[in-house]
Design a protein around this ligand. Structure first.
Ligand code: SF4
Length: 351
């Protein structure tokens, strides 16, 4: 049976998953449960080709109809360019309909390849690189042990863009906590303005249970933000982003409270800011009612105007008051628990 890794971006839901490495070579980011406890390894070309053969056998005559593939796991660019080109060529020979081929990569790893290598990868068929920026602030990045600097992100990101490969950057509102919120928002916007990626994907921070960040929160060195504060942070970030030809995505991740804030920066920035302002203009009771309902059933997106329904707000408010009576920050703690349910589980218990 061919191997598959634990995660892929939501936009690769219908892609063929080809595992070229296992897990994450860095694996130290304090906010990321995806590969904790799992050891990184590169797979041999023979193993990968054997997997591709098995998948081709499984799909049989339907293999030609497959248009999209994703190379797993967390940092495929750690492989040599020649090996990647060999694998991509083999994959396209066995699945001749593939015209979209994407992968994850770490920013630090992206700096190790020159522009000519990215051009070779593009010519071979690599169409998009997904990478986790999380923050443009060096202070935030250091605190969460990201292992990449803003300089790495600009260097790698600009090379990918110059080669013509599409670039998707992931950012994480809330990651700086309350004390670094402002610098996190402004410096993330500045870095994105410098790179001009094709896609900016918002991944609202949720506190992973049993993680080092949970310990930091318990001892007070990290103060988690409420949903209301994170919406204000996203507004500051968005206001500081230039009208570049990039798509700002909230719709593809259910931990984003306002998934409807989604559109092109060069065409829909004002409309997105207006939607954020609609939420920020609600009363505290209305905001909390919206948060409670949205976090309780995150896959059903409600318009902000829903909380104008007085009956529904009254009902939610009773529940909120009960939660608040349950101890200090009772409502916020409950919301954090609901959000943590949506995180990927670590593959093993140890971080
Ligand atoms: S965020 Fe990315 S680089 Fe960091 S541990 Fe997770 S997979 Fe690895």
């Amino acid at each position: 049976m061919y191997e598959q890794g634990p995660i892929r971006p939501p936009s690769e839901a219908s892609s063929l998953l080809v595992r070229v490495t296992r897990n994450c070579p860095w694996n130290q980011c304090l906010f990321c449960p995806a590969y904790k406890g799992a050891v990184f390894s590169k797979r041999s070309t023979a193993e990968i080709k054997q997997d591709i053969d098995e998948m081709a056998r499984k799909y049989g005559p339907h293999a030609a109809g497959i248009r999209s593939a994703f190379l797993q796991d967390a940092d495929s660019l750690i492989m040599s360019t020649s090996k990647l080109i060999d694998i991509i060529g083999y994959l396209k020979a066995r699945f001749p309909g593939i015209n979209r081929l994407t992968t994850y990569a770490r920013a630090r790893t992206m700096t190790k390849k020159g522009l000519s290598e990215y051009r070779e990868l593009k010519d071979a068929g690599l169409t998009r690189i997904h990478t986790g920026m999380e923050s443009g602030s060096s202070e935030v990045l250091k605190r969460v042990r990201k292992g990449s600097t803003p300089e790495d992100m600009v260097t790698g990101g600009q090379r990918v863009k110059a080669s013509g490969i599409s670039l998707s950057e992931y950012i994480m509102p809330g990651l700086g906590g309350r004390s670094l919120s402002r610098v996190h928002a402004v410096e993330t916007a500045n870095l994105l303005n410098a790179i001009e990626p094709d896609h900016i994907r918002v991944r609202t921070f949720a506190l992973p249970p049993s993680s080092p960040m949970q310990e930091m929160a318990a001892e007070g060195s990290f103060v988690p933000m409420t949903d209301e504060e994170i919406v204000a942070e996203i507004r500051l970030l968005l206001a500081n982003l230039k009208e570049i030809p990039a798509h700002f995505h909230c719709a593809d991740f259910s931990l984003n409270l306002l998934m409807q804030v989604d559109g092109r920066l060069d065409r829909e920035k004002t409309a997105m800011l207006e939607e954020l302002d609609r939420f920020l203009g609600l009363t505290k009771e209305q905001q909390q009612a919206y948060v409670l309902l949205q976090r309780s059933s995150p896959y059903f997106q409600r318009p902000v105007g829903w909380v104008k329904d007085e009956k529904a707000v009254k009902k939610a408010w009773k529940r909120i008051q009960k939660l608040e009576r349950g101890g200090k920050d009772g409502f916020d703690r409950y919301i954090r628990r609901l959000m943590a349910f949506q995180l990927p589980r670590p593959q093993k218990d140890n971080w």
